[in-house]
Design a protein around this ligand. Sequence first.
Ligand code: SAM
Length: 239
Amino acid sequence: MNKFEYGHETSQRLNSGDLFKQFNNYRISKYITDMLLRLNKTDLVHYKVLEPGCGSGNKLRFFTELRIEPENCYGLDSSEVAIELCKKLSPASMNFQVGSALDMPYDDNTFDLSVCSGLFGCFNEDEDVEALIAQLHRVLKRNGVLFIIDLNENFNDMYASSEAVMAKNLRSYNSQNQELQQLLSDRFKNVATIPIIASESYGNQQGNAAGVADLPYIDHRIDSGNWACAYSMWVFYNN
Ligand SMILES: C[S@@+](CC[C@H](N)C(=O)[O-])C[C@H]1O[C@@H](n2cnc3c(N)ncnc32)[C@H](O)[C@@H]1O
């Protein structure tokens, strides 16, 4: 565990990582909500949403807070353990399925929204990324909105000292040189790219773990471009 106890995934006990996780989720949810309002995608009670690579399903559950019906939420993951966890943590009417994001078990033009959080980083081969993009284009409706939350150009520097993270061999995408935008350009139009979460850099100016009083300052610095984030959110329209 690092000096700020960022270990909520494995720890049995509440620690400062849990506070940062809440803060990360707040930043993700405020920007998803902001983008839906700005894109005039507000009729959420009629929308279907898909999260491929849903992990524990927490992003999908967030969409129910925006009035998406649980039965219109779909989660797909290649891990049986993840899908079992989703079923345990979510309303029974949500739809969860074990399967591959590279060959999705859904009809064409099914979803109004999709969120991929940490999924693009799982694929090191361009042909897999292309297959994922083709599947997202196929299952999303025209003008459907795709949120991608993933590692950016700061990832390697920020995590270089963490052997456990580097051993995962994750792919990152440069948000400055339009890397992801280029990969999606045949099918999707980029409407925003936002620095989203800084993860392990949540120290305060005294070098201690940030407390809740520090978070507005960090929030402001991230939003004003003065705090390096390892994750960005890319927002696309399906063309
Ligand atoms: C970094 S985790 C992110 C989980 C969740 N989206 C979140 O934000 O907390 C990536 C997830 O993608 C899943 N995954 C990896 N490759 C996949 C594939 N080909 N098809 C479906 N899911 C996949 C993994 O099992 C894992 O649950």
